[in-house]
Design a protein around this ligand. Structure first.
Ligand code: URA
Length: 250
C-alpha cells in the first residue's frame, strides 16, 4: 500500500485542515500504533497502521462518494476566487481530496456526483463510455413531434461533428414546454445548444440521472448524502453504458 504523510491522512479523513492537524500532532494528540508521535510528516501505511486523533480511532476509507442536488448559483469547481463552489456545500465532510465528476452550468440544478475516486470519474466521463445523462428541462415555446426525430438523428450545434443520437421525451408542449432529454456525451452547454439548434431556448435545466445513478427526490437543492452501498456497487460495475442506442457501434 502507498504510504501517506500522517497530516495528509488525517486531513483526507476529515479531521481538520492540514495546519490544524500539524498543531494537534505537535501537541501530542495523535498516536500511531498506540505511540504518540510529534512529526506530522511521518509516513504511515493507511492499511496497516492504527491512527488515533484526540483519543478517537481514525479508520481509513480510501474513497468517498456523495450525491449532491446542485442548486443554481454555484459553480462545478473545487475552488473559485469569486463564486461559491459545489465543494463549499460539502465542506462539512472535511475531506480535502473531493472533486465533482463533470460539470453542470452555474444555472443548472440537479445530480452531481462528488468523489475522490479518479478512476471512477474517468470511466463516467470518458467520451467513449457514452454514459447516459437525463435532464428535465423547461423550454421556450411548443415542441413539435419532428423535434423528437431531429434529436434522434443528431443535431448540428456548431461543433465539428453533429451530436450523437439523443432522446427527447415531451412531457407537455405549450408556451413553456416541459421535456426530458437523454444525451450520452458531455459537450459544453450541450442541452442549451441543442435547444437553440431547434429554435428554442432552455429556461430551466436539472439533471435527473447519470448512468445508473438517479437523483434522490428527497434531496432539496444544496442537499447531499453519501451514496448507498447499492449505488456505489452499480457505479463500480459501470464499464460501458450504451443504454440508449446500443446498435450504433460507437
Ligand atoms: N447541458 C447544458 O447546457 N448545461 C448543463 O449544465 C448540462 C448540460
Amino acid at each position: 500500500m502507498r504510504q501517506l504523510r500522517l497530516d495528509k491522512y488525517l486531513a483526507d479523513m476529515g479531521r481538520g485542515s492540514r495546519s490544524q492537524i500539524r498543531q494537534d500532532v505537535r501537541k501530542g494528540m495523535v498516536k500511531v500504533n498506540g505511540i504518540t508521535v510529534k512529526t506530522p510528516e511521518l509516513k504511515i501505511d493507511p492499511e496497516d497502521d492504527q491512527v488515533s486523533h484526540a483519543g478517537e480511532p481514525v479508520g481509513y476509507a480510501p474513497f468517498a462518494y456523495y450525491m449532491l442536488n446542485k442548486p443554481a448559483g454555484c459553480v462545478s469547481a473545487t475552488e473559485d476566487r469569486r463564486e461559491k463552489t459545489v465543494l463549499d456545500l460539502i465542506a462539512g465532510d472535511g475531506r480535502k481530496d473531493l472533486f465533482p465528476v463533470g460539470r453542470l452550468d452555474k444555472d443548472t440544478e440537479g445530480l452531481l456526483l462528488i468523489t475522490n475516486d479518479g478512476a471512477l470519474a474517468h470511466r463516467l466521463l470518458h467520451p467513449k463510455k457514452h454514459v447516459d445523462k437525463t435532464y428535465y428541462a423547461r423550454l421556450e415555446g411548443p415542441v413539435a413531434a419532428k423535434t423528437v426525430r431531429e434529436f434522434e438523428a443528431g443535431l448540428d450545434i456548431g461543433d465539428e461533428r453533429p451530436t450523437l443520437p439523443a432522446r427527447l421525451h415531451i412531457i407537455r408542449s405549450g408556451p413553456v414546454s416541459e421535456v426530458e432529454i437523454t444525451i450520452r456525451e458531455g459537450r459544453f452547454h450541450q442541452i442549451k445548444r441543442m435547444a437553440e439548434a431547434v429554435g428554442s431556448r432552455v429556461l430551466y435545466l436539472k439533471r435527473l440521472s447519470m448512468g445508473p445513478l438517479a437523483l434522490d427526490p428527497a434531496l432539496g437543492p444544496g442537499e447531499f448524502r453519501p451514496l448507498s452501498e447499492e449505488e456505489t456497487a452499480a457505479l463500480g460495475q459501470l464499464t460501458s453504458s450504451c443504454h440508449l442506442f446500443d446498435n450504433t457501434g460507437q
